[in-house]
Design a protein. Structure first.
Length: 212
């Protein structure tokens, strides 16, 4: 078991997407998605300035990877069993707007990008991650992000990229802390950032988009 940690610069409910009973990481963080294995953990740390709110030093979410699907497999899985993860930007339910099944593989060799939280410029970077990471063992805090105990402060990261090796010495104790203190598979808060789709443009504001 390995433990990845990184800074969640924009927590809008899409990456990670904690809705509909399965937490998924299918866009952004391509290196993590390419290299993570079943059983690994991912811890997302808050950003320092989210519309004036400082979430640095706080845990936005944690998930244990329990299933890995290719992008094509994830598209087929969502079509069959998890349709609500397919984005519908006109839906009144915010969770439907930020669906993370952005890529449509039903047109032969051509991969189509559904309207959603990422612009077309993000397609090559998203697809370079190859995999969708799924979890049925997760903790999502969002705007109710919790302080990371000082004993585990080495996982805190700001800026680009992720860290892995620095987490090795504390990973077992960190997993014990979160599994002992919080109810799994629960959404404790709302996304920190609220996305609006207006006339084909993506606009972002402070959160409170939903309360689950």
């Amino acid at each position: 078991m390995r433990l990845f940690s990184y800074c969640v610069k924009i927590d809008d409910g899409a990456a990670p997407n904690p809705f509909w009973g399965i937490c998924t990481l299918t866009i952004c963080k391509p290196i993590i998605r390419r290299t993570a294995k079943v059983g690994d953990w991912i811890f997302g740390i808050g950003s320092k300035n989210v519309f004036g709110t400082d979430y640095s030093g706080k845990l936005v979410y944690a998930m244990q990877v329990t299933e890995i699907l290719t992008y094509r497999e994830y598209d087929m899985f969502c079509r069959k069993s998890l349709q609500k993860k397919i984005p519908d930007i006109k839906n009144k339910d915010y969770r439907r707007k930020v669906g993370d099944c952005l890529y449509d593989y039903c047109s032969g060799s051509r991969v189509l990008q559904r309207p959603g939280v990422h612009l077309k410029l993000a397609k090559s970077r998203d697809c370079s991650g190859k995999n969708a990471l799924l979890s049925d063992h997760f903790y999502y805090f969002g705007d109710a992000a919790v302080e990371v105990p000082k004993a585990f402060s080495t996982i805190i990261r700001q800026g680009q990229g992720h860290q892995l090796q620095k987490n090795e010495a504390i990973k077992l104790d960190l997993v014990e802390w979160i599994t002992s203190n919080f109810q799994p598979n629960k959404i404790f808060g709302s996304p920190q950032v609220h996305i609006q789709f207006i006339d084909g443009e993506i606009r972002k504001s402070c959160g409170n988009a939903i309360k689950c």
